[in-house]
Ligand binder design. Structure first.
Ligand code: NAP
Length: 324
């Protein structure tokens, strides 16, 4: 088997993690592993590959691979969201698996950073710092009985929309800080001790949400799912944090809600167009914190995961994280 592995910017010592220490690779081995430049089209001599591992390649590079790698049987993404691979046009016989679980620790960590930043109004303190101004308004507002709840996670009603692998890592961190966590997912029912509601209860759930965290994948069904109508259901001081995918949010509606003060604040790690264009209005929206899609970008234990996936594949078992 020929396996193409991207030249990732992190340590991916994949063959050495195999049960045989990588003996199956290279001359005399049964498999060949070839590194490819992740931002370039796959070189012609490797279009006979059986397996393609992807990581953050531009969508046009993945689509090009879908057209030219005609012998491909399996695409394994190292990203948790396999949306780019799913849309690339791989043939119906090509198995696509996601990197679900590799990003749980890191994305939960960044989500928590954004949550605390917007709840604790770090954006206001930073803006005041640049003006050499002591932001006294925070001192008063966080102690005022009418507004104190807006400044803490203790007792906050947190809704995590998309209650999958990353959410299950994040939820206990929020619980530890006193938040009451409820999940929203495709299927309702308790998960790891947390109540999870389905689409039928979403609107009622939003109305009782102080902080909405989105960990939704980009799917046709989730495109612009957070729109003006649903944003209007959130209580006025609510905060919104998105670490899922930008395409799930109607950004014009979000901008409107923030500018009009109907939403207390927001923090986005993901945007519909990335990199965010220099002239995007989002840069200057008040009470909005932006980070440049950096929540993940550092998969944990990826080599061991790939080795395990390959072992399953060789044994004729279905690999994990089947996306289609
Ligand atoms: N910012 C970053 O750097 C970064 C890094 C990694 C991942 N991400 C994003 O985070 C997303 C979540 O990752 P994950 O590993 O936690 O994925 P996951 O385990 O697949 O969880 C996705 C969750 O979304 C729910 N869901 C899907 N469609 C829905 C819908 N229409 N309505 C309500 N819930 C829906 C699923 O419900 P069920 O459980 O009922 O199926 C599941 O709970 C990824 O898809 C990726 O886009 C971002």
């Amino acid at each position: 088997m020929k396996i193409l592995v991207p030249d990732v910017p992190f340590d991916l010592d994949f063959p050495s993690r195999l049960p045989d220490g990588g003996a199956s690779f290279g001359p005399g081995g049964t498999d060949t592993v070839v590194a490819y430049a992740m931002n370039e089209p796959v070189p012609e001599e490797h279009t006979d590959a059986d397996v393609l591992v992807t990581w953050s390649s531009p969508p046009k590079v993945v689509a090009d691979a879908a057209r030219r790698l005609t012998r491909l049987r399996w695409v394994q993404t190292l990203s948790a969201g396999p949306d780019v691979a799913l849309k690339a046009g791989f043939g119906p016989d090509v198995v696509i698996c996601s990197g679900q679980s590799l990003h749980d620790d890191t994305v939960a960590e960044h989500a928590l950073a954004l949550i605390l930043a917007t709840v604790r109004r770090i954006d206001v303190s930073l803006a005041a710092q640049r003006e050499h101004r002591w932001a006294k308004e925070i001192t008063f507002a966080q102690a005022e009985p009418a507004t104190e709840q807006e400044y803490t996670l203790d007792g906050a009603r947190v809704t995590v929309w998309g209650f999958g692998s990353i959410a299950l890592r994040l939820a206990p961190l929020l619980t530890a800080l006193g938040a009451q966590v409820t999940g929203v997912a495709s299927r309702a029912g308790e998960r790891a001790g947390y109540p999870v509601v389905g689409a039928d209860e979403l609107e009622a759930q939003l109305a009782r949400t102080d902080l909405l965290v989105s960990l939704l994948p980009a799917l046709p069904a989730t495109r612009h799912i957070l729109d003006a109508r649903l944003l209007a259901l959130l209580p006025p001081a609510a905060r919104f944090v998105n670490v899922g995918r930008g395409a799930t949010v109607d950004e014009a509606a979000l901008e409107d809600a923030l500018r009009s003060g109907r939403l207390g604040g927001a923090a986005l790690d993901v945007m519909e167009t990335e990199p965010l264009p220099e002239d995007s209005p989002l840069w200057d929206v008040p009470n909005l914190i932006l980070t440049p899609h950096v929540a993940g970008g550092r998969p944990r234990r990826a080599a061991a995961f790939l080795a395990d996936q390959l072992t399953r594949w060789r044994a004729g078992e279905t690999p994990r994280n089947l996306a289609r």
